[in-house]
Design a protein around this ligand. Structure first.
Ligand SMILES: NC(=O)c1ccc[n+]([C@@H]2O[C@H](COP(=O)([O-])OP(=O)(O)OC[C@H]3O[C@@H](n4cnc5c(N)ncnc54)[C@H](OP(=O)(O)O)[C@@H]3O)[C@@H](O)[C@H]2O)c1
Length: 285
């Protein structure tokens, strides 16, 4: 197995490379400095030269709010960029992992979304990720689409880092309480990716840490486990307007992962505790 991982400078790509290395798998992490996803010729040239047997495509335009004012860029990176990756992967006969999102769904109702539920994206980012999924599904057979949600990891900005910073500065914080989903630790998601890629268990999976909670619940958990006294005031999304509409229901059913015999993801609480240890070590360094 020889694995090319895109989005290496991001939260997930970095963890996938670290884990593959620790398992002794030949791999290389690449980011925008190596090639721009929107440049088909560069993508093909790089992949044909490296000859991976697996491409783990973590790179994406991920700024959900900015995407509303930059729809062309977001669509070019997540839609056309994924087509470029798919075509190059096909050319060298590589399997593909495509990382997708809960935002491909409408967010209606209060039941967990199943892998074969219909699309219904509510914002530009969600639509661009549907385009990416469609490229993978229509052009490839040996693929894994992994939909995840609310990712936090070592590399990059995320909700946990923001809450800890604000929690040190403020006595109270208003956090939305009507968007429900599952935070996902990049290290745990990387483990599932690395467990799946040697197999031929192709298909679509939902991969997130175990447990459904609101952003306000998660903020409270972060404050408590970080020893911060900042009070969380739950507010509805209507009191916290953002450029991009967010789904209220981001629950992803993890049924398909269990059916494939992949070890279940740890709970959100367990994941957060491990991440906080990682952050503490980073702050001490
Ligand atoms: N973060 C979440 O909460 C979340 C939730 C659900 C699904 N996902 C999906 O999970 C995957 C990994 O997310 P993440 O949190 O690791 O993202 P991330 O930290 O934002 O990393 C994405 C990486 O992709 C790179 N990139 C952006 N445009 C590119 C281009 N045109 N060419 C080459 N590289 C480019 C970025 O580089 P720059 O930083 O230089 O732009 C960045 O290093 C993505 O597919 C995302 O859609 C994320």
């Amino acid at each position: 197995m020889k694995v090319l991982v895109t989005g290496y400078a991001g939260q997930l790509g970095y963890e996938v490379v670290r884990l593959l290395e620790s398992r002794g798998v030949e791999c290389r992490g690449v980011d925008v400095a190596d090639f721009d996803l929107t440049d088909a010729a560069s993508v093909t040239k790089y992949i044909v030269e490296y000859q991976p047997t697996v491409v783990v495509h973590c790179a994406a335009y991920t700024n959900v709010d900015k995407a509303e004012s930059q729809p062309e860029i977001c669509t070019a990176v997540n839609g056309t960029g994924t087509v470029n990756i798919v075509r190059a992967a096909q050319r060298v006969g590589a399997k593909l992992v495509y990382i997708s999102t809960d935002y491909v769904f409408s967010g209606a109702g209060d039941q967990p979304f199943e892998v074969d539920d219909p699309y219904g994206p509510r914002n530009v980012y969600g639509m661009s990720k549907v385009q990416g999924e469609n490229a993978v599904r229509s052009l490839m057979t040996r693929y894994f689409i992994l939909r995840t949600s609310w990712v936090f990891g070592k590399n990059g900005k995320n909700f946990v880092r923001t809450m800890r910073r604000l929690g040190r500065e403020k006595k109270e914080l208003r956090v939305v309480c009507d968007q429900i989903g599952s935070p996902t630790y990049a290290k745990d998601l990387a483990r599932v990716i690395c467990d799946l890629i040697p197999t031929s268990k192709y298909g679509i999976y939902h991969v997130r840490n175990e447990g459904y909670l609101s952003w306000a619940d998660f903020a409270e958990m972060i404050m408590k486990k970080s020893g911060l006294s900042c009070r969380i005031i739950p507010v509805p999304s209507s009191e916290y307007p953002t450029p991009a509409r967010r789904p209220l229901n981001s629950r992803l059913s993890a049924e398909s992962l269990a059916q494939a015999g992949i070890a279940p993801m740890p709970t959100v609480e367990d994941a957060l505790e491990r991440y906080l240890v990682e952050l503490a070590a980073e702050e001490e360094a």
